[in-house]
Design a protein around this ligand. Structure first.
Ligand code: SF4
Ligand code: SF4
Length: 211
């Protein structure tokens, strides 16, 4: 089952690489900038989670201990599950780097691009409003492309939005095309609620990806 998903990820990565390349003048992502891995929900399907957990097999004991501690910290946050929009730092983030980078989910791969929805509405990444991606070309008040800023950049690339919403990228058309199912989707941390797991939350046991 993971083979279909892995093939899909190859397809997705190729597309995203082209998208990021075409947006180079407006992208400020760099190693160590991990704001997109913090204070969010991170939707994950069961298949994405299984693949992410398979990545744990490649990690050493110390790294696993840090992840386990991070998970405990997030799960121990008061009121974590009381509000619909609970937010947390991703437990797989260590020293501002993703410890399971190759195995990260769909949403993580699209961080930083501008999204274009089916109704043609554009949504800039949240970090635009922190002076990062697209902040050099968007009018932050009107949330539209600023002709003045764009002209100043003197580049040939156009700032564009892409159909990279999580809903679209995990649509059943992709499941059919690549012969797999995403399965149930929920915020990443919910896959680690101890009562929902038969092994009472042991990360070591979860390395076998029995979720
Ligand atoms: S899995 Fe990796 S890329 Fe995704 S939110 Fe967590 S640390 Fe960031
Ligand atoms: S998407 Fe934004 S927050 Fe994330 S690494 Fe890129 S610049 Fe930083």
């Amino acid at each position: 089952m993971l083979n279909g998903y892995i093939n899909y990820l190859k397809f997705l990565d190729e597309k995203l690489e082209k998208f990021f390349k075409s947006q180079k003048p407006f992208i400020f992502c760099k190693k160590g900038c991990a704001r997109c891995c913090k204070n969010a929900q991170f939707p994950y399907s069961v298949t994405e989670m299984k693949y992410l957990l398979s990545g744990l097999l490649t990690l050493d004991k110390d790294t696993l201990s840090v992840i386990e501690k991070n998970l405990e910290n997030v799960l121990g946050q008061k009121n974590l599950f009381k509000g619909k929009k609970f937010r947390y730092d991703c437990p797989f983030l260590i020293d501002n780097q993703c410890s399971v980078y190759q195995y990260r989910g769909v949403v993580c791969r699209t961080f930083g691009l501008m999204t274009k929805y089916e109704n043609d509405k554009l949504r800039a990444p949240f970090c635009t409003f922190q002076g990062l991606n697209y902040s050099n070309v968007l009018n932050l008040k009107k949330r539209t492309i600023s002709p003045v800023k764009y002209k100043k950049l003197n580049v040939t690339e156009e700032p564009l939005g892409f159909n990279v919403s999580y809903k679209y990228l995990t649509d059943e058309d992709f499941e059919k095309a690549f012969c797999f199912k995403f399965g149930e989707k929920k915020p990443l941390i919910e896959w680690f609620i101890p009562s929902a797991a038969s092994d009472k939350g042991s990360l070591k046991k979860r390395k076998s990806a029995q979720i």
